[in-house]
Every structure is written in C-alpha cells, then in structure tokens.
Design a protein around this ligand. Structure first.
Ligand code: HEM
Length: 409
C-alpha cells in the first residue's frame, strides 16, 4: 500500500488525496499498523495501529481503562523531559489524576460561567468587525479568526490588558510550531522558540495566580488557585500547564473552524443561503457540520493497557493506537455522502470534539458560543463577505491548520 500515515510527508499531500487514502483504509476489515520513523527531538516508538472507522474511534475513546491517555496523546511522543519542564496537562492523564483536575477546571465551563462570558464575546466580535470595516478586505485568519479565541481565553482567565500583547506574541510563536517542519535545523529552532514561549506563558500565569491567591477577583485564575468546598485547588505548576493547554486546545481549533467555515460557506452558496434565511434555527447545525467536515484536530493517540480485541485485531498491552477524527467523521456508515457539506444533515455522534468518554472536549460549548457569535456578526453586518481563492494550509499531522485565507466583502 502506498499510504504511510507515519510519514510526515503524507500530511503535506493535498487534503483531497489524504481523504481518499483514509477512505481506502476504512474499506479494510481491520486497522492497519504503521511502523514509526525516527523524528528529530521526538521519542519514536515501534509504531501504531490507525483507527479510521467511526465505531473504532468511539470504542477507544469510551473505554479509557484499556485505551490510556498516558504517557501522552500526541504522536509522535514528546521526549520525557518535556513533562519535567512544563508539568503535565490533563489531556495526557488518566483517572483519578485526570478526574481531579477536570473537576477543578470544569468550574470555568459551567453554563453560568459561559453565560457570563457572552457580553465580552459580543463586544469582541463587534470590535473585530469594526476593524475589518476600517481595514478593508485582506486575510480572514489574521483579521478575524485568530483574534477571537485568544481574546476569550484571556477574558476567562482574567489576564490584565497590559499582559495581553505579550500573550499574543508567545502564542503566535508556539502556534507556528505545530506544523510539519521541513528540516532538522528548522525543527530545532522552532522547538526552542516554542518552549521558551510556553515557559514565558506559564511564568506569567503563575505570577498572576500568586497575586490572585491573596486578592481574588471574579475570574478563573482566582477560582482555580483558591480552594473550593472540597478544599481542592490547582498548584502553581498545574495552573501553568492548564493555561498552556487552554491556549493550545482552545485557540487554534476555534480559529481554524472559523477560517475553514467562511470558505465552506462561500463554496456552498445554497448552504449559505439556507443559513442566512434562518440564522438562529440553522447556525447550531452549521457549526456541528463545520466541526465534522473540518475536524480541526486530526488525531490523538491512546496506549493500550491490557490485551484487547478490537474488531478482530488482537491488541497487546503497550500497543499504540491513533484515533483519526477526520476519517471517523467521514465514515460512510455514519455520515452518508461524507464529502458533502450540508448544514441540515444529522451530525449527532461526530467526533470532532473527541469521542464520548472522560476526555470529551471541555471547551465544546464555549467554541460553539464563539463561532455562533462571530458568524452572526459577520453575516449580519457584512452580508456579502466571502473567501477568495484557496487557503494557505500549514502542513501538520495534528491540526487542520490554515495560515491564511484571503477574503473580501
Ligand atoms: C472547534 C473547536 C474545538 C475542537 C474541534 C476541539 C477538539 C478537542 C478534542 C478532539 C479533544 C479530545 C481530546 C482527547 O480525547 O484526548 C479536546 C479536549 C479538550 N479541549 Fe477542545 N476543542 C475545541 C475547542 C476548545 C476550546 C475553545 C477550549 C477551551 C478554551 C478547549 C479545551 C479543551 C480541553 C481542556 C480538553 C481536554 C479535556 C480532557 O482531557 O479532559 N477546546 N478538544
């Protein structure tokens, strides 16, 4: 077979070709094993089984006792010392450690907290569109999509205005790192810059945590560093790791959904007309369809803890499996005519926010809220806004990232 998912070069191939490759893998009766290559700076293992069907991704997500998120869900795996420098993030933990952290940080995502963020999201979206009107057509990623999610995360955490520019700068550096790097010197340079940026972000929020622990305000940092009724709170290191996780998990994903979203609405004028006809009734379905179609996170990994039979495949303790969300979201058995963008289709069960189970995206409702408000503002105030030409994609095996998307209105 000429498909090699372990070869980072695969992820530079056009999306259409990659989708065709996954369609062929889905036709096979069991998951295929891909031996791993050595990747500079990253720990290489023997290889992984690719879970490409919806049912397999769901089974592995749901059964976290057998399909562990430790030691890490990224693939290839970061070297062990990274954990010592940066601390651990909950996405790479199993219960009970994961459950404890999730319990504490879930406070930030309660319906009441999310409702409290809405005014700030409204204001941010209005400000973004004011600027777009003043600046004129250009790059949708830079002028629109990249601006909202980070703003919302900073609002949530209570990051003071004076620190925000620094946060933006560091986040831009670490965002650039997620791509597939063409050469070793470039890999080394970007890895170094990424680590410094992440460390700087962690230091900033830890500093803030110390201030808020003694003088709490109504923000999330205060809530996380002061004890709740059960006496639980985050340590400095945990706070630093959580902030880094939010910036990685909640920033790129929402921005890429919006940037792909404007292109999908432009390329499918009949879908856009449907949405414009009854925005409130159809935007929910449109967002789920965007997340299904785009699959902003393309893969996460699990490590098998005990011998297990998965669709006739005998897995052994220590085997790795990689969950290909984009492929599961195009599984013909669940989503008929999967390459059609259809905002009225049944999207229930899509795995764009992860499969069902303990790690299901904590920020899914926040992402929905951001995307809904941004598109409402855009389509109401700039009714003929549209993408122009093709996006420049950032080759990556991890996120479906858009570097630039020209647009006009
Ligand atoms: C369209 C936008 C988004 C997509 C597609 C997305 C996707 C995902 C996926 C696939 C996972 C599952 C990880 C796993 O099973 O191992 C996840 C987890 C997570 N997401 Fe999101 N996400 C989005 C937005 C956000 C936002 C806005 C935030 C917060 C500001 C966020 C915070 C998190 C966190 C904290 C986790 C870890 C949960 C855990 O390990 O228990 N996400 N996300």
């Amino acid at each position: 077979m000429d498909i090699d998912l372990a070869d980072l070069g695969f992820w530079r191939r056009p999306l259409k070709e990659r989708n065709e490759a996954f369609a062929r893998l889905r036709e096979l009766d069991r998951p295929v094993f891909f031996p791993e290559r050595r990747v500079p700076l990253l720990r290489s293992g023997k290889g992984f089984y690719a879970l490409v069907r919806h049912a397999d991704v769901v089974e592995a997500s749901r059964n976290a006792k057998v399909f562990s998120s430790e030691p890490a869900v990224t693939n290839p795996e970061p070297p062990g010392w990274v954990k010592h420098v940066f601390g651990e993030s909950m996405v790479n933990m199993d219960d009970p450690r994961h459950a404890r952290l999730r319990r504490i940080v879930s406070r930030a995502f309660s319906p009441r907290m999310l409702a409290g963020l809405q005014d700030g999201i409204d204001r941010a979206c209005a400000g973004i569109v004011d600027d777009v009107v003043a600046e004129g057509p250009g790059d949708f990623v830079h002028q629109v999509a990249a601006r909202l999610p980070i703003h919302v995360i900073c609002d949530m955490m209570g990051i003071p205005d004076g620190m925000r520019e620094q946060v933006h700068r560091h986040v831009d550096v670490s965002t650039a790192y997620t791509g597939v790097r063409p050469s070793l010197p470039q890999t080394l340079r970007m890895a170094g810059q990424n680590m410094l940026a992440l460390l700087a972000l962690q230091r900033m929020v830890i500093q803030l945590g110390k201030q808020r622990a003694t003088a709490p305000e109504g923000d999330l940092v205060s809530a996380l560093v002061t004890a709740n009724v059960d006496g639980e709170r985050l340590t400095d290191r945990e706070l630093g790791s959580f902030f880094a996780l939010l910036l990685v998990a909640g920033n790129e994903t929402a921005r890429n959904t919006m940037a792909h979203g404007i292109k999908l609405l432009t390329d499918n004028p009949e879908q856009r007309r449907l949405l414009a006809e009854d925005f409130d009734a159809r935007i929910g379905g449109a967002i789920e369809e965007m997340v299904r179609y785009v699959s902003p996170i393309m893969q996460f990994r699990r490590t098998v803890t005990q011998d297990y039979d998965l669709r006739g495949l005998h897995l052994k303790a220590g085997d790795k499996v990689v969950l290909f969300y984009g492929s599961a979201n195009r599984d013909e058995d669940v989503f008929p005519d999967p390459d059609r963008f259809d905002i009225t289709r049944e999207t229930k069960g899509h795995v764009g926010f992860g499969g069902p189970g303990p790690h299901f995206c904590l920020g899914a409702n926040l992402a929905r809220q951001e995307i809904r408000t941004m598109f409402r503002e855009l389509l109401t105030r700039l009714p003929d806004i549209r993408s122009v030409g093709e996006p420049e994609l950032l080759p990556s095996n991890f996120d479906n990232s858009i570097r630039t998307q020209p647009f006009t209105f």
